[in-house]
Design a protein around this ligand. Structure first.
Ligand code: HEM
Ligand code: CU
Length: 448
């Protein structure tokens, strides 16, 4: 336990990656206000590929939070009114229920405040913990919070913020357009993208990190997952020091360090010679074919004592997803038509978990004043053609469900006729609804 008096109030500086806030230096423990806003927004995953990210502060990973041991953090979490979903935050630096998640559940258009004291120094992951938890994390809801020891970490020349994450999309790697999240691939841990800082281009080209020969570099490296452990390596460097697992233990002269989902490490090295250093997950197909590749451009004078030779540029470049496609590969076959009512309900249940559950919830209970219930819904049971149309085309404007008014937006769901039939049949045959069977023919008819 710590016995530190706090001394005055300050507002935390928050930064988006790859930047970190200023070091705490010699400041005493204080009452620190952290103000963070959740934003759901579309951004680029790869060239020609976009994705709807859910973010802490508008970036993936979310804003970097820098504190010191003994700070009393007063954390205000805002959920932007344009967002569609409720969220919360679990910070691994917190000693308390759910790491704060139990006190921070917040609906769109609202904000909530909770407080904690930083009791252990180190580098910690934070993430959303709202059901379905895996989906919230997979959409980018993670970041890092640093708790510096009294007096701060030793001074270095450059500090950067890098965080790995794996992404699961309907289309395979490189397939263009806005790509929706794929729940089944996420459950199967079959990632289409593995990236640093949210996209394949976040740390390459004009976005590469920079340093000069002779500088000391500190990387705060986290892994949001949700599934894959990183074998973090920098091609052309050796880590002089690694704060193993982000904690107090320091290892020296390390080539590759393991960073699990929900974990972090601090790596430090001195750059001795000019050239491009390449950050990778050394599970190497992830680096060259799925995006887990970043660059650190080191400029300055040659240092022939350390390295000499003619240098050919462009040796380590991303190779993209298309290279993975071997001749004879076919896309996933269309799901066959369900053979019976029970098979249709079974298929619909899986589709519901993947497509509707995030909003309408596990038992179809919905979320008060945000998402209407599908359980015993008078609105649903009154009109099956209308229900089909809602799933096909979405719905907006005021409606009344079981005596409660909702005035929100449901977007069109991209499902085949067979899938619409199955998911609605599941809904109609669950939670006290009227048992209607919806067939693909009914869905096709509703379209004409
Ligand atoms: C309304 C079904 C996915 C948000 C409705 C209604 C139905 C329905 C039948 C009419 C009201 C009621 O009976 O309660 C479904 C099905 C889905 C799905 C079967 C999956 C295939 C989603 C998702 C979201 C969502 C993913 C959130 C991102 C909403 C909202 C309304 C609504 C906000 C009310 C719209 C308004 O106020 O006009 N949904 N839904 N739904 N749904 Fe969904
Ligand atoms: Cu969330």
């Amino acid at each position: 336990a710590v016995d530190i008096k706090t001394n005055g109030k300050i507002t935390a500086q928050l930064t988006s990656p790859p930047h970190v806030p200023d070091p705490i230096g010699s400041r005493p423990a204080k009452h620190v206000l952290v103000d963070m806003e959740i934003l759901e927004e579309e951004a680029q995953m790869a060239n020609g590929v976009s994705y709807i990210y859910w973010t802490f502060g508008g970036s993936v990973p979310g804003s970097f939070i820098r504190t010191r041991l003994g700070d009393e953090v007063e954390f205000t979490l805002k959920n932007h009114p344009n967002n569609k979903l409720p969220h919360n935050i679990d910070l691994h630096a917190v000693t308390g229920p759910g790491g704060g998640a139990s006190s921070s559940f917040v609906a769109p258009g609202h904000e909530i405040t909770f407080s904690f004291k930083t009791l252990n120094p180190g580098l910690y992951v934070y993430h959303c913990a709202t059901a379905p938890v895996g989906m919230h994390i997979a959409n980018g809801m993670y970041g890092l919070i640093l708790v510096e020891p009294p007096g701060g970490l030793p001074t270095v020349d450059k500090e950067y913020y890098v965080m790995q994450g794996d992404f699961y999309t309907k289309g395979s790697n490189g397939e263009p357009g806005l790509q929706p999240f794929d729940m089944q691939k996420a459950i199967d841990e079959d990632a289409d993208y593995v990236v640093f800082n949210g996209s394949t281009n976040a740390l390459t080209g004009d976005n590469a990190l920079t340093a000069e020969v002779g500088e000391t570099i500190r990387l705060y490296v986290g892994n949001g997952g949700p599934n894959l452990t990183s074998s973090f390596h920098v091609i052309g460097e050796i880590f002089d020091r690694v704060h193993v697992e982000g904690g107090k233990l320091i290892n020296h002269d390390v080539q590759t360090t393991l960073i699990p989902p929900g974990g972090a490490a601090i790596v430090e090295f001195k750059v001795e010679a000019p050239g491009t250093l390449v950050l990778v997950d050394h599970a190497i197909f992830r680096a060259f074919n799925k995006g887990a590749l970043g660059m650190l451009n080191v400029t300055g004078d040659e240092n022939a004592d350390v390295y000499s030779g003619t240098i050919q540029e462009g040796i380590y470049q991303p190779e993209g997803g298309t290279i993975q496609t071997m001749p004879g590969d076919k896309g996933a076959p269309a799901a066959p038509q369900a053979a019976s009512l029970s098979e249709r309900i079974e298929n619909g249940k899986r589709l519901y978990a993947r497509t509707c559950l995030a909003c309408h919830q596990e038992e179809g209970q919905g979320i008060p004043s945000a998402f209407p219930p599908l359980a015993k819904s008078d609105y649903l049971n009154a009109d099956v053609d209308r229900a089909i149309s809602i799933v096909l085309h979405g719905l907006s404007g005021e409606i009344e469900v079981n005596g409660e008014t909702y005035n929100s937006v449901m977007t069109a769901q991209t499902l085949s006729d067979e899938e619409v039939a199955s998911v609605l049949t599941y809904v109609y045959n669950s939670w006290g609804n009227n048992g209607t069977e919806v067939t693909p023919i009914m869905v096709t008819k509703a379209k004409s």
